[in-house]
Design a protein around this ligand. Sequence first.
Ligand SMILES: Cc1ncc(COP(=O)(O)OP(=O)(O)O)c(N)n1
Ligand SMILES: Cc1nc(C(=O)O)sc1CCOP(=O)(O)O
Length: 506
Amino acid sequence: MANHKCVDYSLYLVTDSSLVPSHTTLLGQIEQALEGGVTIVQLREKDMDTGPFIDLARQVKALTQKYNVPFIINDRLDVALAVDADGVHIGQDDMPLVEARRILGHGKIIGVSCNNEDEARQATTDGADYLGIGAVWFTSTKELKKEPLGVAGVRRILTSIDGYRGYAVAIGGIHLENAEELMVGASTSGTCTLNGLAVVSAIIGATDPKAVCEKFVKVIRAAQGGATRDSVSHLLSQCHLAIKNIHSATPMVHHITNNVVINDNANATLAVGASPIMSTNRVEMEELAAVNGAMVLNMGTLNDIDTMILAAQVNNRQGNPVVLDPVGGGATTFRKSVVQRFVTEARMTIIKGNGGEILSLANRGGRSRGVDSLGNVDEQVAVAAVKELALKHQCIVAMTGPIDYVSDGVRTFALHNGGPMLAVITGSGCMVTSIVACFAAANRSDYLMATIAGILTVTIASELAMKRQEVKGPGTFRSALIDELYTITHKNPEFIQQYANIRCLA
Ligand SMILES: Cc1ncc(COP(=O)(O)OP(=O)(O)O)c(N)n1
Ligand SMILES: Cc1nc(C(=O)O)sc1CCOP(=O)(O)O
């Protein structure tokens, strides 16, 4: 599963040009829907020749780019490749998922239609990024071959794939009046819940698609808010498992990091049970990527930018998580342009920076002096920045500081752990990045949880280190911090659940 792609599936528009009202056009309806808050668009044209399909796909892609939402093509891999869409949706009678993945690679989204537990299990095993579960109810948009599932049927399928870390949407017969019943009724407390609704006729056939979408978004967000709040304790219980996964995988974490922190980062990586390698020679990037668990790109020392980008690209191709630390990203014009190169020329799985770095990347100001962030960040601004960037770059974004904010674009958490001593040793932020990468390497099915687990491990370790009698100042704190990383991950993983101070911001 290429699940480093964080996508907001909340309101998934699936098109059908035959349903467009006579006074308007398909493109007009799609644009209205995007204005109303659709979060992902699938072009589904069952009877269009290839040439016109590609032409139309190019126009729809331009619209989705304007609104910064992913663009998916129904059934046709050739069209998806021709227009460089973000992914494809395939049905049970279409090209097998493993073949589609072989052709499209791990960088693209692949969704699969599922109507029962067996199909869902197979799709999750084969690495689907999301499932389209349906039909929920009767629909006049498509002739159904099987009885509708109902809300209970959708829930049953979701429950049967508990442990799956991809996404799921429901489809078939969904309109404003039954959306809440479905979102609330099908939600589960397990790892796999309903992430959104896929809708055709209620939007494409509407006289005012923008207004319809705004109402859908309200209903869906309200249902997600309740479910997300319930998920904090579940998330923390997963951190325990995430540590175990590091020990069983002992992943190699390849760093291209800065000269100041290289030794501390290697020791911290070892302390949590992963294996560091700090190579910067481009000759071996490809070979390292083949065995890597994760890649850290830390911009502190910018000696060879092309090699760093190459390293990210080869790790992208291998499906390895790439963690970017845009150190000093807002400090100079040069650094600002380098961050832009990283995020446009390669795909980042996690971006972790301080307030100045993240706000700069989000074009929301971001004051830095050298590599340090200046000033506290207002919570509303911080949340807007991490959410916006997560959706834009389809990745997890973490802004660290006195409070850490982490988002996948849909779910956002505020983490309140961490002692003041972290600010008086050099490279504590870089250490967080290394540890996040260790968790990501061993927990590829849930990068949001991996990021939170990584941050909490360091911040809780810092609180424990400060309580140690031998800690008298920054020097002794630095050693104690590495000791406590070891303690949490080797002896007391329950400390994360015990000490985490975390809020869910719906
Ligand atoms: C999000 C989503 N879910 C299910 C489907 C149905 O796809 P498929 O089974 O391929 O049927 P057709 O769309 O081809 O009629 C979908 N398109 N999108
Ligand atoms: C395209 C599609 N796939 C389905 C499935 O069950 O897989 S139901 C469906 C049509 C959904 O259209 P509407 O939102 O107009 O009911």
